[in-house]
Write a new protein. Structure first.
Length: 285
């Protein structure tokens, strides 16, 4: 497994600078939904979600990603009010106990706005500012970092025979266009993170190729987030149910870290903290 150089970046959070690249950061996933593909709604109750977040912080999470709308294949959208009711109490409770950076996983501008007002630090938009015309304005006005993810289609239909004429060229062109869009709307390019969108409008071979060649995305000169945790392609290869894909997730994330990923997004922080530490140790010259 070749090891590729990893450039360092500094993001400006409202609480202070966040450095990426010196070591791999581990982002813990807290899904406050009844229909998440990965945890069967274990954290739908906000008290359970806060408990999960607390456990992740204790396990060494560098960031938390809080989401109130499932983006699994075939998922139906939820209302703004329902999404707010799920995520805002969780963010508020986390802020009472910790200063850990929190990203709000949403494609809705109003959810992002209220989450930021409650204490979130980063916007993680799977639509890359496409689904809500006001999202770019919220991001620009707040000045927070934004994660732009590639997705072919929409969650409800994205896995219905995804096809690419040129996988990497199309994803890179998409992310470049989205970064230009963000800049045109007043978002500082230095505040952007890119995510190739593993499992979002990609088949098995697409996902494997993206992880195998993740270093290609360094051409965008932005930090790279990799989220392969427990996804369907792992189950396809391993013939394992979603709750038994941690080893597969670890291998995928290890390849990504070798390729220069800055952040890995995971459901099991304690396990993947070890993955990040060991992978970073191997990265050292």
């Amino acid at each position: 497994m070749p090891v590729f150089p990893r450039k360092t970046y500094t993001l400006n959070l409202r609480s202070g600078p966040l450095e990426l690249g010196r070591r791999t950061l581990v982002m813990g996933i807290v899904n406050v939904t009844p229909d998440s593909f990965s945890d069967a709604g274990e954290c739908h109750d906000h008290r359970a979600a806060v408990q999960r977040a607390t456990e992740m912080i204790a396990a060494g999470a560098d960031l938390l990603d809080i989401g109130g709308e499932s983006t699994r294949p075939g998922a139906e959208p939820v209302s703004v009010d329902l999404e707010l009711g799920r995520v805002i109490p969780v963010i508020a409770a986390i802020r009472e106990q910790s200063t850990i950076p929190v990203s709000i996983d949403t494609a809705k501008a109003e959810v992002a706005r209220q989450a930021l007002a409650t204490g979130a630090d980063i916007i993680n938009d799977v639509s890359a500012l496409r689904f809500d015309g006001l999202m770019a304005d919220v991001a620009a006005q707040s000045g927070v970092p934004v994660i732009l993810m590639h997705m072919q289609g929409i969650p409800r239909t994205m896995q219905q025979n995804p096809v690419y004429a040129s996988l990497f060229s199309e994803i890179i062109a998409f992310l470049e266009e989205r970064m230009r869009f963000a800049e045109d709307h007043g978002i500082d390019r230095q505040q952007l993170i890119v995510d190739p969108g593993i499992g979002f409008g990609k088949n098995l071979n697409h996902n494997l190729s993206l992880i195998r060649n993740l270093e290609i995305f360094h051409c965008l000169d932005r930090p790279i987030l990799l989220g392969a945790s427990r996804k369907k392609f792992l189950g396809t290869v391993l013939d394992r149910p979603v709750q038994d894909r941690e080893v597969g997730s670890a291998v995928a994330h290890s390849f990504g870290i070798a390729a220069g990923a800055h952040i890995i997004r995971t459901h099991d922080v304690a396990f993947h903290r070890q993955v990040a530490l060991m992978s970073d140790a191997i990265r050292e010259p």
